[in-house]
Design a protein around this ligand. Structure first.
Ligand code: ADP
Ligand code: SF4
Length: 672
């Protein structure tokens, strides 16, 4: 039963001519599905509506060929042929009583227009931000402006025909022609659309008015507006033009969907941003407009949501990542099951898949993006083919815990054992590293669920050998024994160990994870892993008083974090911590007080003083037990065995939870 304290979250909100059933609002967010993965998109959005969200929006939907984000696959609304396919998304969402929204957008100079070979558009000549496309966005003339307004109107009419209830005008994320017009740094026009604020806001005002005239009788018209551009100096700040826009257009849209810009600040990862981090920027909006306001904050706690509403910050609780991580968050609160919420950990594995133009995925919720492809539901699992069948899971990290949870939900008899004294595998130690504590939710959610299930036996402090495993007489064994950071320096660049790797002052992340830190002094942290570990180790050592030099063969520090929107914050935090950054450089050899490095571009060698070196060059699977068990299976001593997660191949936690879900879902359907 619902806790009455949360009743306020289930109140309807009037947005122009439409009314929500509650205050839970899935804001537009990318999925990398677009028109080419329509069935996937329908199933993905439908799952959120089924889980109780009152509004479910579609991401940036392009109004014209000049706004083409290829290779990112965005939905499109610039031709009548798109009405029918997108109406199927609307129907799926409405089946559960949610309103359907669509974020109509023109990307301006940020749309590289690679696919259509059109010239990108900008208020003044500008090069596109993305993909290094060597084509200048052309400055648009007065006829173009009239055309742009017509494209928006026509797209809005199509969206209305498709059945959308809320139709957006997009001015956010530094990805919008309208934001470019507002920004005095970009807009250098001398006509009535450039110069003073009243001119720069003109096109946004006209576009909103056009869309309202075209569809406002039955559809709500929303504006997605970034009140502050945080990546670079800009006229758009919450104290200046951001506020003036809200004042000037206060009651023009039916809904203000407000955030900060660009995406790396809006979807700030938990390593660098707390929940609710946007409040100081957006909290003025409700004081200026009489229209409802929605905003995001990676909110997963109903108490934090209630507080936002009671304190007059928001009317609707916007969510992208919390709805990816738990599509059933509203229903769980409604049923008094808030302890069952699968809380987003803020890792941004979801943005990484978008940035790489692959299908969305989620660390916490392996069903995200798999609703259609694999037929996985966020909550429901197929019943066990035989509830007496027993499974032993060896290893209680993300992969093993997810496999055990899926199998237990299906109704099997599950035993899970781990050698350690705590559940969590790699996360036992990683969650204690600087900035990674929120990642521990991967463990807490699964252990919390497993501990309540009568068909689960959990054994800590239980290192199992192949003979112990045989003693369980399980029908199936899942080996999820993880991986260890390797020494030696073999990695992406080095096929052979680095000379000097065996000196006592040469460490691996295993040492740092076990708190075997170098004594203060000069430390070189060498990164060929390319994700978070080297930067986190550098941070940990800088905090411990070391003088740290971060060296990588990549051309950027922590290059995978470009995809998790973290790279800019990684660099800023390294700079703040006084960590020197050396890119495009390999370690050639290590001696007692220095490392010899080689600059890859020109082959120049030099020395960096180092009292200690940490080699972060990758992990190797702990697969010994698995191979022993395969032999036992071949000898007919155990029935079946498989390996998953880092034991199969070390990678992101999102891969481990995916592997765990897959193993859990397919047991009983295959012979392996
Ligand atoms: P993944 O990310 O794939 O889940 P982790 O490294 O996080 O992998 O977790 C692996 C877990 O397996 C660790 O907690 C480790 O203690 C445990 N483990 C490894 N070998 C054994 C074993 N032989 N018996 C029991 N537990 C084991
Ligand atoms: Fe949250 Fe990470 Fe899932 Fe994205 S991938 S929704 S950040 S848990």
């Amino acid at each position: 039963m619902r806790d009455p304290r949360y009743d306020i979250l289930f109140e309807p909100v009037q947005i122009g001519p439409v009314r929500t059933k509650n205050r839970f609002y899935v804001v537009p967010h990318a999925t990398a599905m677009g028109m080419t993965a329509l069935e996937e998109m329908i199933a993905f959005r439908k799952a959120r509506a089924e889980g109780g969200w009152g509004v479910v929006c579609l991401e940036e939907t392009m109004i014209h060929e000049t706004s083409d984000h290829a290779p990112l696959p965005d939905p499109r609304m610039y031709h009548d042929k798109y009405i029918e396919p997108l109406s199927r998304v609307v129907s799926a969402v409405k089946e559960y009583g949610a309103l359907a929204g669509v974020e109509l957008a023109h990307a301006g100079a940020s749309g590289p227009a690679i696919y259509h070979r059109e010239h990108p558009l900008s208020p003044s000549t500008k090069y596109p931000h993305y993909f290094y496309n060597p084509i200048a966005a052309r400055s648009i003339d007065r006829q173009d402006i009239l055309d742009f307004r017509r494209w928006y109107r026509d797209a809005a009419i199509r969206a209305k025909k498709a059945g959308f209830d809320i139709i957006y005008v997009y001015c956010a994320h530094n990805l919008s022609l309208l934001q470019d017009f507002l920004d005095s740094g970009v807009n250098k026009r001398t006509d009535e659309y450039g110069g003073v604020f009243e001119n720069r806001v003109r096109l946004l005002h006209e576009t909103l008015s056009d869309v309202k005239d075209a569809v406002g009788d039955t559809c709500a018209v929303a504006v997605r507006f970034a009140v502050e551009e945080r990546r670079r100096a800009s006229s758009i700040t919450a104290l200046e033009d951001g506020r003036r826009v809200v004042e000037a257009l206060a009651d023009v849209p039916d809904l203000w969907d407000v955030n900060v810009s660009d995406w790396a600040w809006d979807s700030g990862s938990s390593r660098f941003f707390d929940e609710g981090q946007q409040e100081p920027f957006i909290d003025f909006v409700k004081k200026v407009t009489s229209k409802p306001v929605v905003g995001v904050g990676r909110f997963t706690s109903p108490d934090a949501m209630v507080s936002q509403i009671k304190r007059g910050v928001l009317d609707l609780i916007g969510a992208a990542r919390p709805s990816i991580s738990d599509p059933f968050l509203p229903n769980k609160i409604n049923e008094g099951r808030q302890d069952d919420i699968r809380e987003c950990i803020g890792c941004n594995a979801c943005t990484a898949e978008v940035m790489t133009s692959s299908r969305i995925r989620c660390t916490q919720n392996p069903s995200a993006g798999e609703e259609h492809v694999s037929g996985w539901h966020p909550e429901n699992v197929p019943a066990a083919h035989d509830p007496d069948a027993s499974i032993l899971v060896v290893g209680g990290g993300p992969a093993g815990l997810e496999a055990a949870h899926t199998l237990a939900k299906r109704g099997y008899q599950v035993s899970i054992a781990d050698a350690g004294k705590e559940w969590g595998g790699r996360l036992v130690r990683e969650r204690r590293l600087p900035r990674l504590s929120a990642w521990g939710r991967v463990v807490d959610y699964r252990v919390g669920q497993l501990q309540t299930m009568p068909n689960v036996n959990m054994y800590l402090d239980s290192p199992l050998g192949a003979d112990d495993v045989g003693g369980f007489e399980a029908d199936h064994v899942i080996v999820a024994t993880g991986a260890k950071w390797r020494g030696g320096g073999v990695g992406r660049h080095h096929d052979e160990p680095i000379p000097g790797h065996d000196l006592p002052h040469v460490l691996t992340p295993e040492d740092i994870l076990d708190d075997r830190l170098p004594k203060s002094g000069s430390v070189v942290v060498y990164d060929e892993d390319y994700y978070y570990m080297a930067a986190v180790v550098a941070d940990r050592l800088a905090k411990a008083g070391c003088k740290v030099t971060y060296v990588t063969t990549a051309s950027d520090p922590s290059p995978w974090t470009h995809n998790t929107l973290e790279m800019v914050h990684v660099i800023n935090s390294m700079n703040e911590a006084g960590i020197s950054i050396v890119v495009g450089t390999s370690i050639v050899s290590i001696s007692e007080d220095s490392v010899r490095v080689n600059r890859l571009l020109d082959g120049a060698d030099s020395e960096i003083a180092a009292d200690a070196v940490v080699l972060v060059t990758g992990q190797v699977s702990e697969e010994g037990l698995y191979h022993q068990l395969v032999e036992k299976r071949e000898a007919g001593l155990i029935r079946s065995v498989e390996r998953i997660g880092d034991c199969l191949g070390a990678g992101q936690i999102a891969q481990a939870t995916y592997d765990g879900r897959k193993a859990g879902m397919r047991f009983g359907t295959t012979t392996e």
